[in-house]
Design a protein around this ligand. Structure first.
Ligand code: ATP
Ligand code: MG
Length: 675
């Protein structure tokens, strides 16, 4: 319920459209009921206008008989008769008895009851005033206008009214549906955008906890399922009760006793609907999870197709996918097994009620009971018409329950705490000088498994510092902490003397150029990939950056040069080419702090030499922190930090460290011997 209310709150910006939609719904339902109401004058026009034309020759038609005679001059007599009969047992019983005995024709009742009827009408009017007076007006209009003149005239008039009613009804229906689709889709768009914004604002650690495929599934499948509960279900949730209430009101007016009888059986079907809905919610949760698993596998396979093929794992992946696909199939079937039950069940139960009334009321009509035949037919129409909205409300409950399961999964993400990325939070760094300090920094991704253990380092503005150490020693982690991707569990990181948590994250990251270990390129042109994150960049700037990164030459050879679109993850480029593009990107940004994680690892010796030159040029006026495996590339840096298992074990220049012996010398000798 809470989730649903939350979804409904998202409709707020579209109140105007919603109000119009509800107005159209009202018009639509009113015209529908009006059409059913028109059946009564239609039947009268067909059968009752002439004395001989009485097809439904039942005692109850006494009320139509006077009408046939006085239809034009006795306004309202039909109506009064219709109402006055309501609940008037004594008279009905008496009437039935008389008919059975054959002693008195219904017609003879007329002069005697005229006064009494009026009095009774006045009394009842007090009880039912509101809706009743509408009905009175309707009847007056029927007898006064519709049934005037010859039978043919009346019939034509009724047909025209039927047509107009249908026309208005259908126009209203169309606009109502269009408006509801607008509102539903607008809400879904907002939800999708909110979700995407939240996803992009989540800290990196969030992405370690969720599989990419699962997040994709939430943003697509779950949003789509949740849409049902705002779009479709909301329409039904407003429209069906309106219909139901209107039908109910008219049915109550026609015969409150029979209507109440019908209502007695309602709770039974309601219980069934609620039970089914509850079960569905649990099942839908599972279904969405399985859908996410499937998306995940699909995404991983597409992403890693090279490895799948290289290891001839196609069949393995196929089996894995088929297993998950089968699980989803079973789950969907399990859901439908329950869901599809609700519609026939409610219909069957409503049918029992309606048929009971048909039988019971019908025989009453035979024996001159409850109401005039034409009104009884209208009454039955009302009762039978109630089946549809009841059934649809049962179905809507199902939709809401599965929609809610999806919405809960979306709100879970919307409720996670994002990084404080907005412009106002924190200290604006402006253009930094590039001083970086670590004070006894401890960090762990998983509690109890420290990755950094008391790291301290100082980098003055303009210095070039290298981080070396064996794989898994924490170099990339340390570097990731400088732009604030992760917060230390203990200790402080200072940029330009400011404690990192105090700084505005965007202004901090604006000062950094990062070349990651794993090169990320977007499905876009080379120009846009290099200029990523910058506005108003000229081609000359981009070319200069590419030249500095030794990328210009191969880019110019591409068919569309800088306008060449590179595939997802830049698959159409070689590893070294991708790396050079990512270096060009960092060069173009001209940051105060440059972070290079294995920036030259994918290059051959010649290209590395060229890029190294570029980097040497680049690092001149800025603070640079490089991670390098090949120690030959860092011989000229100001300082080298050697990390082992999350601790700094040696610090110094290349020469100092070599002279000191120890781990660094070991590593260097090993690499040197290998060549
Ligand atoms: N997202 C993560 N969640 C949990 N543990 C992680 C995560 N990322 C890295 N680690 C662990 O942290 C340790 C340090 O990883 P890091 O990537 O910083 O090493 P590295 O020194 O950069 O290694 P390499 O030279 O191979 O790139 C490793 O033991 C790794 O298993
Ligand atoms: Mg690394």
């Amino acid at each position: 319920m809470k989730t649903y209310l939350r979804m409904l709150r998202m409709i707020k910006p579209y109140t105007v459209q919603l109000v119009f939609a509800v107005v159209f719904m009202l018009v639509f339902s009113f015209m529908s009921i009006f059409s059913i109401g028109m059946i009564s004058p239609f039947l009268k026009a067909l059968f009752n206008k002439t004395d001989s034309g009485m097809v439904l020759e039942l005692p109850g038609s006494e009320f139509s008989a006077p009408l046939a005679e006085n239809s034009t001059d006795k306004k309202g007599s039909y109506d009064e008769a219709g109402i006055s009969h309501e609940g008037d047992h004594a008279q009905s019983a008496e009437l039935a008895e008389q008919v059975q005995r054959g002693t008195q024709q219904p017609k003879t009742l007329q002069p005697e009851t005229e006064e009494a009827r009026r009095a009774r009408y006045e009394k009842l009017k007090g009880q039912f005033t509101g809706i009743q007076s509408v009905k009175l007006k309707f009847s007056e209009w029927v007898t006064g206008t519709m049934l005037k003149g010859t039978k043919q005239d009346a019939l034509l008039r009724i047909c025209i009214v039927f047509f107009l009613a249908a026309l208005i009804k259908n126009i209203a229906c169309y606009f109502q549906e269009i408006l509801m689709v607008y509102v539903g889709q607008a809400v879904i768009r907002d939800l999708r955008n909110q979700l995407y914004r939240r996803l992009t604002n989540m800290p990196l650690s969030f992405y370690h906890q969720h599989k990419a495929g699962e997040l994709i599934s939430r943003a697509t499948n779950d949003v789509m399922v949740a849409q049902q509960c705002v779009g479709l279900s909301f329409t039904k949730l407003v429209k069906d009760p309106i219909f139901l209430l209107m039908y109910l009101a008219v049915a109550l007016i026609l015969s409150w006793k029979m209507t109440l009888m019908a209502l007695v059986l309602m709770p039974a079907s309601l219980t069934v609907i609620i039970k089914i809905g509850k079960r569905l919610r649990t099942l839908s949760h599972l279904q969405q999870e399985q859908m996410a698993n499937l998306t995940s596998t699909l995404q991983e396979t597409v992403y890693g197709i090279r490895v799948v093929k290289a290891f001839a794992m196609e069949n393995f992946e196929n089996r894995k996918f088929m297993g998950q696909s089968q699980d989803l199939f079973k789950q969907v079937f399990r859901i439908n097994y329950v869901m599809k039950l609700s519609s026939p069940l409610t219909e069957q139960m409503s049918m029992i009620v309606a048929l009971f009334l048909l039988w019971f009321g019908g025989s009453k009509v035979f024996t001159g009971g409850v109401m005039a035949p034409d009104l009884f037919i209208v009454f039955l129409f009302m009762i039978f018409s109630m089946v549809r909205p009841i059934k649809s409300l049962g179905a809507v409950n199902n939709e809401i329950q599965s929609g809610m399961a999806a919405a809960e999964r979306i709100f879970q993400i919307l409720d996670s705490t994002p990084e404080p990325l907005d412009d106002e939070t924190g200290l604006q760094l402006g253009s930094a000088t590039g001083k970086v300090e670590f004070e006894n920094v401890h960090f762990e991704y998983v509690a109890g498994e420290p990755v950094l253990r008391g790291v301290s380092l100082q980098v003055k503005p303009g210095e070039v510092v290298a981080l070396v150490g064996s794989s898994g020693s924490g170099k990339s982690t340390l570097m990731d902490m400088i732009p604030g991707f992760y917060q230390p569990n203990q200790g402080r990181i200072l940029i330009d003397g400011h404690n990192l948590p105090d700084l505005n994250l965007q202004s901090l990251r604006g000062n950094m150029g990062i070349v990651t270990q794993e090169v990320i390129l977007f499905h876009d042109t080379i120009f846009n990939n290099i200029a990523y994150g910058l506005t108003d960049v000229s081609l000359t700037d981009v070319q200069a950056a590419a030249k500095a990164a030794n990328a210009d030459e191969f880019i110019e050879r591409l068919p569309a040069g800088y306008e060449t679109v590179i595939g997802d993850r830049g698959l159409k480029l070689s590893g070294g080419q991708r790396q050079r593009i990512s270096i060009a990107r960092a060069i173009l940004k001209n940051p105060a702090i440059l972070l290079l994680d294995e920036a030259t690892s994918a290059l051959d010796t010649e290209a590395e030499h060229l890029v190294q030159e570029a980097i040497d040029r680049l690092v001149k006026d800025r603070t640079t922190i490089v991670i390098a495996h090949r120690l030959s590339t860092i011989q000229n840096v100001d300082r080298i930090y050697l990390l082992e298992a999350g601790e700094v074990v040696q610090v110094g220049t290349h020469d100092e460290l070599l002279a000191a012996g120890g781990r660094y010398k070991e590593l260097y000798t090993m690499q040197f011997q290998r060549g």
